[in-house]
Write a protein that binds this ligand. Structure first.
Ligand SMILES: Cc1cc2nc3c(=O)[nH]c(=O)nc-3n(C[C@H](O)[C@H](O)[C@H](O)COP(=O)(O)OP(=O)(O)OC[C@H]3O[C@@H](n4cnc5c(N)ncnc54)[C@H](O)[C@@H]3O)c2cc1C
Length: 400
C-alpha cells in the first residue's frame, strides 16, 4: 500500500490567498513541509485570475478594518514582489469622480478615510482632473490616488506559485479536496493526506470547507458576477483608472473604467447575483443544489436593513445589457461610446460572504479558527492587492 502523504501545513485552494499563505509559512519555517491542493489543472482559474488586476491603495475601508490595515501594506509588498519577479506594474493612479453635488460629502468622507488609513490621496478640482485624465469628468471635486496601479493578476499568481515551489512547497494541481477534518484532507487522487494544520483558502467554496470543520456555520457564500467589456481604443488613450463615488452601504465600487497593464480601457466589473458559484456563463460548474441554496439565501438578503438591496438590484440587474453598462460608464468618461466597447472580458465571480442571522454582507476580510485549522472566509476585493500582507496576518494567527 502506498505511504500516506503528510505535511506540517496543508492549504486547500491555490488562488493568490492560499499561495501567499503557503509562501509566508515557508518563509518563517524553511524546514517545514507544505502542500497546496488546487482542484483546477491550471492556476488562476477563479477570482485570482479573473479580476481587474488593480493594486488598490486602501482608502475605501473603515479605519478599524483589516482591509484598511492590510491593503496599503499589501500594495507596497505586491509592488516589491512584482519588481523582484520581473512583472510589469503600470503606474496608472486613479481618480474618483462625482456625478453631482449630492456625491461630494461622500467624496470628502473617502478623503478622510484615506488620511485615517495613512493612504496618500488628494482632493483636486475640475481643472486638475483635466490635467491628470483629460477624458474624465467630475462635478466640482475629484479624489486623486497616485498609488493605485495595475498588473497582470495571472502573472502574479504564477510567479507566487514558483516561489512556493522554490521554497520547497508541493503544489498538487487538478486535485479536489472532497472532505476534510482536523488533521486530514481527502482527495480522490492521493487518498487521505495528513496535516499538522489546515488553511482553508477555497475562495467560492470556503464556506463549504469551513462547515466540514463545524466552523462558520452562520455564513453562506452569495456569489456576485462581474462582467467586463474591453474598448477598441488605441492603448494609452485612457491613462488613469476612473471610478465613481461608491455607495458605502454596499461592498461594491460601482461601474468603473480601468486601464490594463497593456494600456487597454476596460469597463466593469458588475456585481450581478450569480446563480451558482462558478456561474461564468454557459453551464460550466452548474449545480442545482447550489442554485437552490442560493435561492434560499437571497430572500434573507432582500430583507436586510443594512444594505440598499433594492437600489443594488435596480442598478445591477440592467447591467446584463452591455449597452446599459457602457452608458453608465459614459457618465464618468463622456467619450465612451456603446459601439467602442464590444469585446467581452473574462467573467469573474466574487466570493461574497453573507451572515445569515444579521442578514449582512460581510464588508471586511473574515478569518476564523477551528480545531487545527484556519478558515479564510471572506477574501473579497481587494484580496488580490492585500494577499501578501493578509497572508502575514493569517500566519501570525496560526503560529500564535
Ligand atoms: C470581478 C472581480 C474583480 C476583482 N478585482 C480586484 C482588483 O482589481 N484588485 C484586487 O485587489 N482584488 C480584486 N478582486 C478580488 C480578488 O480577486 C480576490 O480577493 C482574490 O482573488 C481572492 O483569492 P482567493 O485565493 O481567496 O480565491 P480564488 O482565486 O478563487 O482561489 C481559491 C481556489 O480554491 C480552489 N478550490 C476551491 N475548492 C477547492 C477544493 N475543494 N479543493 C481544492 N481546491 C479548491 C479553487 O479552484 C480556486 O483556485 C476582484 C474579484 C472579482 C471576482
Amino acid at each position: 500500500m502506498p505511504m500516506r502523504m503528510r505535511a506540517d501545513l496543508v492549504v486547500i485552494g491555490g488562488g493568490i490567498v492560499g499561495l501567499a499563505a503557503a509562501d509566508a509559512w515557508l518563509h518563517r519555517n524553511p524546514q517545514g513541509s507544505v502542500i497546496v491542493i488546487e482542484k483546477e489543472p491550471q492556476l488562476a482559474a477563479h477570482a485570482s485570475g479573473r479580476n481587474s488586476g488593480v493594486l488598490h491603495a486602501g482608502f475605501y475601508y473603515a479605519p478599524d478594518s483589516l482591509k484598511a490595515r492590510l491593503t496599503r501594506q499589501g500594495n507596497a509588498q505586491l509592488r516589491d514582489f512584482c519588481a523582484e519577479a520581473g512583472i510589469a506594474v503600470r503606474a496608472t493612479g486613479k481618480v474618483v469622480v462625482a456625478q453631482s453635488e449630492d456625491e461630494l460629502p461622500a467624496l470628502r468622507e473617502l478623503h478622510k478615510r484615506a488620511v485615517a488609513n495613512g493612504v496618500e490621496v488628494e482632493l483636486i478640482d475640475e481643472q486638475q482632473l483635466r490635467a491628470l485624465e483629460p477624458l474624465a469628468r467630475t462635478h466640482g471635486s475629484a479624489l486623486w490616488s497616485p498609488t493605485t496601479a495595475v498588473a497582470d493578476p495571472t502573472a502574479v499568481v504564477e510567479a507566487l506559485a514558483a516561489r512556493v515551489l522554490a521554497r520547497g512547497g508541493l503544489l498538487l494541481k487538478g486535485t479536489e479536496v472532497l472532505g476534510a477534518g482536523p488533521g486530514w484532507v481527502r482527495t480522490a487522487k492521493y487518498g487521505e493526506i495528513s496535516a499538522g494544520h489546515i488553511i482553508n483558502a477555497a475562495g467560492l467554496y470556503a464556506d463549504v470547507v469551513a462547515h466540514w470543520f463545524g466552523v462558520g456555520t452562520d455564513y453562506r457564500m452569495l456569489p456576485f458576477k462581474g462582467l467586463y467589456w474591453y474598448g477598441s481604443w488605441e492603448p494609452g488613450r485612457l491613462t488613469r483608472h476612473v471610478y465613481p463615488v461608491p455607495d458605502a452601504r454596499n461592498p461594491f465600487l460601482g461601474v468603473h473604467l480601468t486601464v490594463t497593464v497593456h494600456g487597454r480601457a476596460k469597463i466593469g466589473p458588475t456585481a450581478i447575483p450569480a446563480l451558482w458559484r462558478e456561474d461564468y456563463g454557459g453551464i460550466h460548474g452548474i449545480s442545482a443544489a447550489e442554485t437552490l441554496d442560493i435561492a434560499r439565501t437571497y430572500p434573507r438578503f432582500f430583507t436586510s436593513k443594512d444594505h440598499d438591496v433594492a437600489g443594488l438590484m435596480r442598478s445591477e440587474l440592467p447591467k446584463y445589457s452591455r449597452k446599459h453598462l457602457v452608458r453608465q460608464a459614459a457618465s464618468l468618461v463622456p467619450s465612451v461610446r456603446v459601439e467602442d466597447f464590444t469585446e467581452k472580458g473574462r467573467v469573474g465571480v466574487r466570493a461574497q460572504l453573507f451572515h445569515l442571522p444579521s442578514k449582512k454582507l460581510e464588508m471586511d476580510f473574515v478569518v476564523e479558527q477551528g480545531e487545527a485549522s484556519t478558515h479564510i472566509l471572506n477574501a473579497v476585493s481587494p484580496g488580490w492587492t492585500s494577499s501578501l500582507a493578509f497572508a502575514g496576518y493569517v500566519i501570525d494567527a496560526v503560529m500564535g
